[in-house]
Design a protein around this ligand. Structure first.
Ligand SMILES: [Zn+2]
Ligand SMILES: [Zn+2]
Length: 234
C-alpha cells in the first residue's frame, strides 16, 4: 500500500500532521471544511488518506511552491497561494487555471476555526504563514527549523527572511506553537531566536560559509551557528 509512506498524528485537537519522513504537512479541521496546508512530495495515496481523515470539503493552500510541498496538487481543482508564488507553481506543473490568490489579512473560515493569512517572504518571495489566533498556532512553512533552512532556491532573500523572523518574534506569545515542515514539527521560540542570530551574523559579515555538495552537482554555501543552519546559493 502506497499509504504506508505517511505517518499521521494529532499535534493539537483538530490539527493532523501528515509526515512523509523528510517533511510533513498539515490538515486543519473545521466544522464546515478543512484546510490542507501544502500537499507533500506526492509519494503516497494522499486521496485515500484524506478521505480517511476528513469527511467534507478540503481546501488546499500553500505555504510556498517547492516540490516537497506540492506533490498532491493534482487532487485539487483549486490551489490557493500567494500570487507571487504562481510562477514557481506553474514551473511545478500546477495549471494556471487552478491558481487562486491569497494575501496578507485574508481569513480562511473553516467553521469554528479561523486562519489568518500572513505574507512571510524570505524562504521564497511568496511564502505564506497561517495563524490560528484562538488556538495560538502558527503554521510557519519552511522558515524555522532545527535542520538546515534553504535560502538558496530561486526568489529567496535573506533580508526579507530576517524581517519574517522578526515578525514571528514580535507576535509571540500570540502564538504558542510554531508548526514547521522540516525537522521537528513543533519549533521553539529558542530555535526562532537561533535563526535570527545566524541571519544577523551573516548580514553583519561575521560568519564564514562552507561549500556543501547537496545533490548531484549542486553546491550551496552552508552557514552554521549555535544549533541553526542555513543554505545560501553560491
Ligand atoms: Zn521550501
Ligand atoms: Zn520544504
Amino acid at each position: 500500500m502506497a499509504q504506508e509512506v505517511f505517518t499521521t498524528y494529532e499535534v493539537r485537537p483538530g490539527v493532523i500532521a501528515i509526515d512523509e519522513g523528510l517533511g510533513r504537512f498539515y490538515l486543519v479541521k473545521g466544522e464546515k471544511k478543512a484546510l490542507l496546508i501544502d500537499s507533500g512530495y506526492g509519494t503516497g495515496d494522499l486521496e485515500a488518506l484524506l478521505k480517511s481523515l476528513y469527511d467534507g470539503p478540503i481546501m488546499l493552500a500553500h505555504t510556498h511552491a517547492h516540490g516537497d510541498h506540492t506533490g498532491g496538487d493534482d487532487l485539487f481543482d483549486e490551489v490557493w497561494a500567494a500570487e507571487r508564488e504562481f510562477p514557481l507553481l506553474e514551473e511545478l506543473n500546477v495549471p494556471a487555471g487552478k491558481l487562486r490568490a491569497l494575501k496578507e489579512g485574508d481569513v480562511i473560515d473553516l467553521g469554528g476555526r479561523k486562519l489568518c493569512v500572513m505574507e512571510t517572504p524570505g524562504h521564497t518571495a511568496g511564502s505564506l504563514s497561517f495563524f490560528d489566533a484562538e488556538n495560538k498556532l502558527l503554521f510557519s512553512g519552511d522558515n524555522v527549523a532545527d535542520v538546515t533552512v534553504y535560502l538558496s532556491m530561486p526568489t529567496a532573500d535573506v533580508q526579507q527572511y530576517r524581517g519574517t523572523l522578526a515578525r514571528f518574534w514580535t507576535m509571540y506569545p500570540a502564538w504558542e506553537t510554531l508548526l514547521g515542515h522540516h525537522g521537528k514539527a513543533e519549533q521553539s521560540i529558542v530555535q526562532l531566536r537561533r535563526m535570527m542570530a545566524i541571519t544577523d551574523a551573516y548580514l553583519q559579515d561575521q560568519l564564514k560559509a562552507t561549500p556543501v555538495n547537496v545533490w548531484d552537482d549542486v553546491w550551496f554555501d552552508r552557514l552554521d551557528l549555535d544549533g541553526a543552519s542555513i543554505y545560501l546559493a553560491q
